[in-house]
Write a protein that binds this ligand. Structure first.
Ligand code: KG4
Ligand code: ZN
Length: 334
């Protein structure tokens, strides 16, 4: 079969990224331009600034990607783009850019759900083993999905309030760490001990999660200690928080492993870059003799390569989007 090269575009939040992905598994070229440093000045992503920066940079990101691949848009077989979930203004920049390329170069347009992209990040240089449990841990989502085949999803559970990444970012902020907080909390936790007693969240027999209680208890604890003039052991608090946050994932994943007789697990989304989480989930999977796929670090956080990987099964099925494609702020995987 002829090789299929998909030019893929991701602009759902604060990364402008374009990739060329061959046959859904091989990354020919990838460029990620992050706006992190700009948003760090505001303590979080400012949507207006994000979309403006995407508009300013996207042409340059395309040129750089084509140069790296030594290819032209003409050489690609389709244009894929993230259409949801994400910031509407940011998504629209990528979508309009993709539509123009699709129209001008007469290439089919493929719309990809960002979370499906995170799952398919595990297919890069690899293959997905079905059935599997996919645990999505990102800045905006925490979901446990059962997959029985390509694009066959069944949601087992999801967060009832905040996403785990959001909790990491808020805890980072109260500890005075810069945005995005997750990696900084992880770094701080390396030198800490689990000395702070934090609440156990949804300790029930559903596959749902909850992070707002944990987040609030850390924020309240810091504020109370400050009011009393007591010093906070930041390293210990970061460590205690990280352990509590990961325990919540482990409890629900363990329940799913016990109840579903599924022997393959996938981690997906930005928080899956956390080394403590990777180790703990790996140990849990080993206990249940389940295989674990983890995205390479570069493919954990937002990138267009995962969008190209997720677009490939849609290309094979001929599931193409029309030029009236619009952004959706929060469409579900299933
Ligand atoms: O998947 P992602 O890049 O964007 C969304 O789709 O949301 O995830 C970003 C989230 C942020 O909340 C960030 O703090 C978190 O992932 N994150 C981490 C780590 N690296 C990124 N959280 C904990 N530990 C990390 N090493
Ligand atoms: Zn993401």
């Amino acid at each position: 079969m002829k090789d299929i090269n998909i030019l893929s575009i991701e602009t759902s939040c604060d990364e402008t990224s374009i990739a060329i992905v061959k046959n859904g598994v091989e990354v020919v070229a990838l460029t990620i331009l992050t706006q992190m440093d700009t948003h760090a000045n505001f303590g979080g992503v400012v949507p207006e600034i994000a979309s403006r920066m995407h508009s300013e940079n996207i042409t340059m990101v395309l040129e750089e990607t084509l140069q790296k691949a030594n290819m032209r848009v003409e050489d690609c077989d389709a244009i894929a783009v993230t259409y949801s979930p994400g910031l509407l203004g940011s998504l629209l920049v990528g979508i309009e850019f993709a539509k123009v390329l699709s129209y001008v170069y007469e290439k089919p347009l493929i719309k990809v759900n960002h979370l499906v992209g995170h799952i398919y990040a595990n297919k890069i240089d690899n293959h997905l083993k079905f059935p599997c449990l996919a645990l999505i841990v990102s800045g905006g989502h925490t979901e446990l999905i059962k997959m029985t085949g390509d694009y066959e999803f069944e949601k087992l559970g999801e967060t009832q309030d905040d996403a785990i990444g959001e909790a990491f970012d808020k805890v980072a902020r109260v500890l005075g760490l810069t945005y995005p907080g997750g990696p900084n909390v992880e770094r701080l936790a390396l030198n800490g001990q689990n000395t702070y007693k934090l609440p156990t969240m949804l300790n029930d027999d559903t596959y749902n999660f909850s992070y707002s209680g944990l987040k609030s208890s850390v924020i309240n604890l810091v504020n109370n200690e400050r009011q009393r003039g007591n010093e906070i052991r930041k390293e210990d608090l970061a460590c205690s928080f990280q352990i509590a946050a990961v325990d919540e994932l482990k409890r629900k994943l363990e329940l799913a492993l016990k109840n579903n007789n599924i022997k393959n697990v996938i981690l997906a989304g930005g928080v899956s870059a956390n080394k403590y989480l990777r180790k703990e989930i790996a140990d849990l999977c080993a206990k249940y003799e389940a295989s674990l796929d983890l995205p390479e670090f570069i493919y954990c956080t937002d990138n267009a390569a995962m969008i190209g990987a997720a677009a490939f099964p849609l290309f094979l099925k001929g599931e193409f989007a029309d030029l009236d494609l619009n952004a959706e702020s929060n469409s579900k995987i299933c």
